[in-house]
Design a protein around this ligand. Structure first.
Ligand code: ADP
Ligand code: MG
Length: 487
């Protein structure tokens, strides 16, 4: 979190250039079957095994709308606090490509299902609102595979016809870090809703990244370039940095920026021109005569609204109001739905403050180290809350707690059992502690004298010795008291 920087300018010849970014995110809809056919959408199947006659565009085949996908798009629109359009139209976007057997993609152009909305970003210096222009539904294309054979290209149509939501942002983003936070927030909202799994490795979430630059303080936008189909946040950030610098250099050389479509070469870390930017009229968009305009009723939308779960922003507010988390802590706890579940499960029966610290501190750093996400945590919420309770009621010290936590990471062991097996219980018997304290003082008579003569810094030394003698089990508060008395 702390590394995130929302200030981003490019400096050239004493001038500051601002970077303007707008994203078109393609999010694959979670749905058993495709947008206009009953074929499966399951990832990773043998090529061309999930292709119906509709997906392969056989003559005379007719698309039939999958209502579930409509519902998913509306849900997402509600999650983006957006206008849901009761009337929308499916258009044909015409272009030729080997992995597009229809010769056109069914998409929405003039009348998308979702209109303007917004996404709130939690930046280190406060919140920032990013406008959503629209969300429309469209079919995915198939996949052309160029690297299996030196002479031939293979086509896999499994993806052909899978439902995508294209979520178009306003050009409100200003830095690679804001793009990072934006994508994560969007993904988080859709995961809460169950409308897109956000899996970038499998291509369920990818984006066209539009970049332009302008002198800081200018009102008008510069000419944009669009970098196609970037499938990781890191690559988006790298592409933006490269592209923005390229544009600044052109301006500084007095040259023009051509509006064009570029691709990001991940190996060379550069963007390259693919083609000059096509305009909408190049696609000859027109309403698909095979599909009626889509009309949804107020009742239908209201019913979907009742199925919307608590979303990150609302959850964050509740965590702050009810559990007194700081905004920083709350942002982390709601960042994905699984983390919020783990947190709420843990605090069902343990101290909130301690649980927050243990989850954000110990648990996250170990999970990070082991490259696990919270659903794969070896320590369950239930056992973590038991551990916290053992610390809270004084059975063990916080330090021993950490030792036990490490043992628990080896396979969700019950902390109570570990305490018994390893006899790690905190020593809180004053008599036993007095004995240890006396031994330590006797062993270090010189230092005890110096302490009495006023060298107060030595107190810590004595505490340390007693803790060592007790193998970390002595109750620190009691040790302090007894030492004060005896010295
Ligand atoms: P197209 O399909 O032609 O790319 P869209 O309207 O679908 O058009 O998307 C345009 C995207 O480009 C939006 O995300 C928008 O925010 C962004 N954009 C528009 N103008 C600029 C600009 N000057 N600089 C950066 N991004 C821009
Ligand atoms: Mg575009």
């Amino acid at each position: 979190m702390s590394k995130i920087n929302s200030e981003y300018f490019i400096k050239r010849a004493n001038k500051l250039y601002e970077v303007v970014i707008g994203l078109e995110v393609h999010a694959q809809v979670i749905s058993e079957s495709k947008l206009f056919s009953t074929s499966s959408t399951k990832f990773g199947a043998e090529p061309n095994t999930q292709v119906s006659l509709v997906d392969a565009a056989f003559p005379g085949m007719l698309p039939v709308i999958n209502e579930f996908c409509i519902k998913q798009a509306i849900k997402t629109g509600i999650g983006l606090k957006a206008q849901i359009n009761k009337f929308s139209v499916f258009d044909r976007k015409n272009y030729f490509y080997a992995d597009l057997p229809q010769g056109y993609q069914i998409s929405q152009f003039k009348d998308p299902i979702v209109g303007e909305g917004k996404v709130i970003l939690d930046m280190p210096n406060g919140q920032k609102e990013i406008g959503i222009e629209r969300l429309h539904l469209e079919q995915d294309a198939g996949k052309s595979i160029h690297d299996l054979d030196p002479r031939n290209t293979f086509v896999d149509l499994n993806r052909s016809g899978v439902a995508l939501m294209e979520i178009v942002s306003k050009p409100d983003l200003r830095s690679p870090d804001e793009v990072n936070v934006y994508i994560k927030k969007l993904r988080s909202i859709m995961r809460y809703l169950g409308t897109c799994d956000g899996n970038m490795q499998e291509g369920s979430l990818r984006a066209d990244v539009n970049v332009s630059v302008r002198l800081k303080g200018t009102q008008e936008y510069g000419t944009r370039c669009e970098i196609k189909n970037v499938n990781s946040i890191k690559f988006m950030q790298m592409a933006i940095e490269f592209e923005a610098n390229r544009q600044v250099n052109l301006i500084e050389e007095g040259k023009n920026i051509d509006q064009e479509t570029r691709l990001f070469d991940t190996k060379k870390n550069e963007t390259r021109s693919m083609r000059s930017k096509e305009d909408a009229h190049d696609y000859r968009y027109f309403p698909d005569p095979d599909l009626l305009p889509l009309e949804v009723s107020d009742e239908y939308i209201s019913k979907i609204k009742t199925e919307i779960p608590e979303l990150p922003d609302e959850k964050k507010k509740r965590f702050i109001d009810k559990f007194k988390l700081t905004p920083y802590e709350a942002t982390i706890m709601v960042s994905d739905i699984e983390t919020s579940k783990f947190f709420e499960e843990t605090i069902k029966s343990s101290d909130i403050k301690l649980a927050t610290n243990w989850i954000i501190g110990e648990l996250f750093s170990v999970l990070n180290e082991k490259n696990l996400d919270i659903t794969q945590s070896p320590v369950s919420a239930k056992n973590l809350s038991k551990l916290i309770n053992l610390i809270k009621d004084g059975t063990i010290s916080g330090k021993i707690g950490k030792t036990i936590f490490e043992l628990m990471m080896d396979g969700d062991k019950d902390p109570q059992k570990i305490v018994e097996e390893k006899s790690l219980k905190q020593e809180s018997d004053p008599k036993a502690l007095e004995k240890i304290v006396q031994q330590v003082i006797d062993k270090n008579k010189d230092k005890a004298k110096e302490y009495k003569a006023g060298k107060e810094k030595l107190f810590g030394f004595f505490v340390g010795q007693v803790m060592k003698e007790s193998r970390g089990k002595a109750n620190p508060q009691l040790v302090n008291q007894i030492l004060k008395k005896k010295l």
